[in-house]
Design a protein around this ligand. Structure first.
Ligand code: C2E
Ligand code: MG
Ligand code: MG
Length: 551
């Protein structure tokens, strides 16, 4: 919508018309006065002549009266036109004002208009001893809906969300769309009953979370809400309120999404840390601060070393050691995960080229990378450039990938497998993958999440769960890897449950490339240049007792 510009021509027209209207009014008034003046005698002359009492009426008087009547009729018509014009102008002005205040897609208020409306609401609220709460929310993973189903579906989703939220917020609350998928609801509340605002937030989450039908598909989205409020005695600033609600919304997103958080001062420092991490990461990737570490994977039955999982490590000179649990999600959000991962995979392929050819290299792949239609090609190019056989590479994708477009995931897995790469499902048990999905996707392996394995000996439920996963794997013909083996006791229990591979601190912490190389060299598992060039080596057999040297 464009901003209103002064229209010179329209202004001139209006002035002209105003002049004309004054003349018309003058003529009409004069006509009325004349009519009163001459009408009386002319009419009586005409009536008398019709009845046959007198001679014919004075022709001049009659003509003057007819002219008079014509002028009055003309004036009346002009008056009616004028009234209509005024009406139309008023309607157009109201419409223009409404358009300037509302978001054309959803019909909600827009960002420009909330400032004055919120200030007015705050003033009225403070007179009644009430406060204002701002509930700022956006849709989690809205970009995904847009990318997968197109912008038309994205727009449809926004309209539906606006309608649903408008229907459940209190009558005196207002809803605005600030842009993209960001909405802002503001309402007055009784400060002695802030739970009322909690209820509004919970209702918004509830209504947004219900499945939404979009041109043939059904989208399930959630929202994250940040809440900020005014405080008695402190000056009102809509900008400050929205800023605080934004920080709180960010906190809600970071603590798991599909929830609401009230603003709290401590959140500001959280935001500062986050921004330092982002800048640090962008710089760190360029400076090569990220390195691959390797954790052993063991055949639990034979105790044989079968490969390594590559795990990213970041040592930042400014921020110290940062865990991948922190930097991987940030890399995904700020769009550097592919760059980071490709760099690490290239380094890992170089490292693993020297290892015994029987050893598998596992790498973790983010769901974000799976969305890249060129991912399989990129990986193949890296393998060719490094001269690394695809059969020795295993890709680990997390269960959360299965929430993505399942057909896309299937075709990606299939094209990876066509190149000879193995694909395993990581962190199994933490997500929501159903049996049908598992059956329909051609995985080569299931990795049981470490949260079930680590406490296996202490927790009867975890034991049952691991047993169930192992029997599911047997049924689906999927080999199993258990991660997070920290004790001999857990190892023995797992061995009893079934045949599987395993990894964990019991066998060693993840180590850098050099330490891994030294370990392998000590076991004669580093290939000579000649064998790298294609000579076949026999598969090594390393016993479990050997593994405990490391760690
Ligand atoms: P993951 O793929 O499930 O990796 C296993 C995690 O368990 C690693 O954490 C590893 O250090 C830890 N671990 C191994 N043995 C034990 C044990 O006995 N006990 C306990 N408590 N933990 C153990 P890490 O290195 O912190 O990585 C965390 C997660 O970050 C990984 O989980 C993976 O999802 C992700 N990640 C790491 N590197 C990359 C990467 O290069 N790309 C992507 N996309 N994700 C990565
Ligand atoms: Mg993994
Ligand atoms: Mg895992």
């Amino acid at each position: 919508m464009g901003t209103a510009k002064p229209d010179i021509h329209r202004t001139d027209n209006r002035l002209e018309r105003a002049d004309r209207d004054v003349v018309v009014l003058g003529i009409a008034i004069a006509a009325c006065l004349l009519f009163v003046g001459i009408g009386g005698s002319a009419i009586s002359q005409i009536v008398r002549s019709w009845l046959g009492y007198g001679g014919s009426p004075d022709q001049l008087l009659v003509s003057a009266m007819l002219l008079n009547i014509a002028l009055i009729l003309f004036g009346w018509r002009r008056y009616r036109e004028l009234a209509q014009e005024v009406d139309e102008r008023r309607r157009a002005e109201t419409q223009a004002r409404e358009l300037a205040q509302t978001d054309p897609l959803t019909g909600c208020l827009n960002r420009r208009s909330i400032s004055t409306i919120m200030a007015k609401m705050a003033e009225e609220a403070s007179q009644q001893g009430r406060e204002i709460a701002v509930l700022l929310f956006d849709l989690d993973k809205f970009k995904l809906v847009n990318d997968l189903n197109g912008h038309k579906a994205g727009d449809r989703l926004l309209v539906e969300v606006a309608q649903r939220v408008s229907a459940i917020i209190p009558g005196d609350a207002r809803l605005a769309r600030l842009g993209g998928d960001e909405f802002c609801c503001f309402r007055a509340f009784d400060p002695s009953n802030p739970e009322d605002v909690d209820r509004t937030a919970a209702n918004i989450l509830g209504t947004v979370g219900k499945p939404i039908r979009l041109y043939g598909t059904i989208a399930e989205v959630t929202a994250s809400i940040g809440i900020a409020r005014t405080h008695k005695g402190l000056p009102f600033s809509d900008e400050q309120l929205i800023h605080e609600a934004d920080i709180a919304m960010y906190h809600a997103k970071n603590t798991g999404r599909d929830r609401y958080s009230w603003f709290d001062r401590s959140m500001e420092s959280e935001l500062r840390v986050r921004s330092e991490l982002e800048t640090g990461m962008r710089r760190g990737i360029k400076e090569g601060e990220f390195t691959p570490y390797y954790q052993q994977q063991i055949d639990l039955d034979t105790g044989e070393l079968v490969g390594f999982e590559m795990l990213a490590r970041w040592h930042s000179p400014q921020l110290g050691e940062i865990s991948p649990e922190i930097f991987i999600p940030i890399a995904e959000e700020i769009g550097v995960i592919a760059e980071l991962s490709e760099e690490l995979i290239q380094l890992a392929l170089q490292d693993a080229k020297d290892w015994d050819p029987a050893l598998i290299l596992s790498v973790n792949i983010s769901p974000v990378q799976l969305r890249d239609p060129w991912f399989a090609q990129k990986l193949l190019r890296m393998l060719v450039e490094a001269g690394f056989p695809p059969e020795r590479l295993e890709i680990e994708i997390t269960e959360s990938c299965l929430h993505e477009d399942i057909n896309m995931v299937r075709s990606m897995i299939t094209s990876l497998k066509n190149q000879g790469i193995q694909v395993s499902l990581d962190d199994f048990g933490t997500g929501y993958s159903c049996l049908a999905q598992l059956r329909s996707l051609p995985f080569d392996r299931l990795k049981i999440d470490r949260s079930f394995v680590t406490e296996l000996a202490e927790d009867e439920n975890n034991l049952k769960l691991v047993e169930a996963i192992v029997s599911l794997g047997n049924e689906l013909n999927l080999p199993i890897t258990a991660e997070g083996i920290e004790s001999e006791k857990v190892l023995q229990l797992l061995r009893r449950i079934g045949k599987m591979k395993g990894q964990g601190f019991l066998y060693g912490m993840p180590q850098d490339a050099r330490t891994t190389q030294e370990l392998l060299a000590s076991r004669n598992l580093i290939v000579s240049d000649a064998s790298k060039a294609g000579e076949v080596r026999t598969s090594p057999t390393v016993k479990a007792s050997d593994h405990k040297i490391v760690g």
